[in-house]
Design a protein around this ligand. Structure first.
Ligand code: ZN
Ligand code: ZN
Length: 179
């Protein structure tokens, strides 16, 4: 669904959509494992400036690889959102995000409107936890033998190896994903 400025100049646009899996590309290893249900509205805040406020709710189940054990993990997302989009010409150089008055997050759009899927993708990515783990109690992979310790206790003695491994892991995280 595309929300054009011409539509918005006439009246607020209501949306109520079911976005099937595989329609939105989230990049990386995150993907939908259910349809995404969203409803809400978009309206023009100020004709001359082209500021668009988008408010709504969405619900979806996402799937990603657990950061600790590398198995597929499910992440139910239920999010209320309230975002302001401004024409890309107004974007500050450097591309960093700005927080609008009232603490509302600001995004930018190009051309004569907004693709609803782009907005929904952003809301989902913001709603996901920083650390994607299958469970708070996930035991992860044994640093010594590589066994998934949720499935089976491999019997390795973890202490000494563990602290060395977590140091190495942090170091690798800074360098980016790599094996
Ligand atoms: Zn896990
Ligand atoms: Zn082991």
């Amino acid at each position: 669904m595309f929300i054009s400025l011409q539509q918005l100049e006439l009246r607020p646009v209501q949306f109520s959509v079911d976005v099937p899996e595989n329609e939105i590309d989230y990049g990386g290893e995150v993907k939908q494992s259910s349809a995404l249900r969203a409803e809400g509205s978009a309206r023009l805040l100020n004709h001359s400036l082209g500021e668009v406020r988008v408010q709504g709710v969405l619900r979806v189940t996402m799937q990603a690889t657990c950061d600790r054990c590398l198995e597929a993990a499910s992440f139910p997302v239920e999010s209320q959102f309230d975002l302001i989009y401004m024409p890309a010409g107004d974007a500050p150089s450097g591309g960093e995000k700005e927080i609008h008055h009232a603490g509302i997050e600001v995004g930018y759009y190009e051309g004569n409107g907004l693709a609803l899927n782009d907005i929904l993708r952003e809301v989902v990515l913001l709603a996901l936890p920083m650390q994607l783990v299958c469970s708070e109690t996930c035991k992860g992979i044994c640093p010594a033998c590589g066994q998934n310790r949720n499935q089976q206790d491999c019997g390795c003695r973890p202490e000494a190896v563990e602290s060395r491994w977590s140091g190495l892991k942090n170091f690798r995280a800074e360098l980016g994903p790599r094996n």
